[in-house]
Design a protein around this ligand. Structure first.
Ligand code: ADE
Length: 319
């Protein structure tokens, strides 16, 4: 039955503008970028036209001189069954509706093969934000200095810029009524020019499916609001909570939050009124945003557009 559905879906997708002929995609089997909920992520090269550019002709991608584009290729592991394949098709459908935003990891195209479905996304050569922060601890500059384009050092302005970009991406997702449910530094990717993109939509749901609960699976307790831990209730307000934990990761350069608390004890710890402390280099304005996001009453937490406005003032950019 699953297989019949798969064949139907593949047939419907075949003439869709998102489809890439399999021969235009070269998968670099030895360059493994990650292993996620979906399966494996490899680096690849897309030789032909990029479907996403049909929809967003003004979008700029970092292409190679011969026009080929470095991409990330998401595939299922070899031992997958038809139910996994159906999930992959659902992710493809989801990525099509997500559309394009500079701070969201977008689908560039897909291969709707019923047996081996492939999702092609943007390649981010600086990897994930958590590793990036941790690897720049020794050369971090705490004082704010004049902008120096040739410097590869991380400074306070970079941190603020990451915070703003991620907030901008989340505001876009919330405007489309998507709840991410796994916002954390490990799920933000950085391009070669340090553009931050929200990725890993394995747990993402449309708000209409917000009642969807995922008991059993591994849940990111340390990023979850109290009501998400106790009632498995995920809303845009639980995303706002997780975003503030991500801000804490940014301003500690990648410390594990609540490092002395066991994930299973998180619910009681939060209900007792405990919160993460202000990191040493975190400006008061940022810590004030974090505390607002960690209000035990979800309705009192700010929305992403409000947070973005505060960050824009601090960054001296127009909102
Ligand atoms: N790891 C997981 N996804 C990636 C991507 N799109 N680019 C680079 N590294 C990744």
């Amino acid at each position: 039955n699953h297989y019949t559905n798969l064949k139907k879906l593949a047939k419907i997708n075949k003439y869709d503008d998102w489809e890439v002929p399999r021969y235009e995609l070269v998968i670099m089997e030895t360059e493994i970028l990650g292993r996620g909920a979906f399966g494996m992520v490899n680096k690849g090269i897309l030789k032909g036209r990029i479907p996403l550019l049909n929809f967003y002709p003004t979008m700029r991608l970092e292409t190679k001189t011969d026009g080929a584009c470095e991409v990330a290729v998401k595939r299922l592991p070899p031992y997958s069954d038809d139910s996994n394949r159906l999930d992959a098709f659902h992710e493809i459908t989801f990525m099509k509706t997500l559309g394009f935003h500079p701070h969201v990891l977008c689908m560039l195209g897909c291969v709707s093969d019923p047996v081996d479905p492939i999702i092609i996304v943007e390649y981010c050569s600086n990897g994930d934000l958590l590793h990036y922060l941790r690897s720049h601890r020794s050369d971090f500059k705490d004082e704010i200095t004049e902008a120096n384009i040739t410097s590869t050092r991380l400074d306070m302005k970079c941190l603020l810029s990451f915070a703003w970009q991620i907030c901008d991406g989340l505001d876009y997702m919330s405007s489309k009524n998507f709840i991410h449910r796994d916002i954390a530094a490990r799920n933000v990717l950085l391009t070669g020019s340090l553009v931050a993109k929200i990725g890993d939509f394995g747990l993402c749901r449309h708000t209409e499916d917000a009642q969807y609960t995922s008991k059993g699976g591994r849940l990111p307790f340390k990023w979850m609001a109290p009501e998400a831990i106790t009632l498995y209730e995920f809303t845009i307000k639980t995303d706002v909570w997780a975003y503030a934990v991500l801000l804490h990761e940014i301003y500690t350069l990648g410390d594990t939050p609540y490092h002395n608390v066991q994930p299973a004890d998180m619910s009681k710890y939060l209900l007792d009124g405990n919160r993460l402390e202000q990191p040493e280099r975190c400006p008061d304005e940022i810590y004030s945003i974090m505390k607002d996001c960690w209000d035990s009453n979800p309705n009192k937490r700010p929305i992403f557009s409000e947070i973005r406005s505060c960050l824009a003032v601090m960054l001296h950019v127009n909102d």
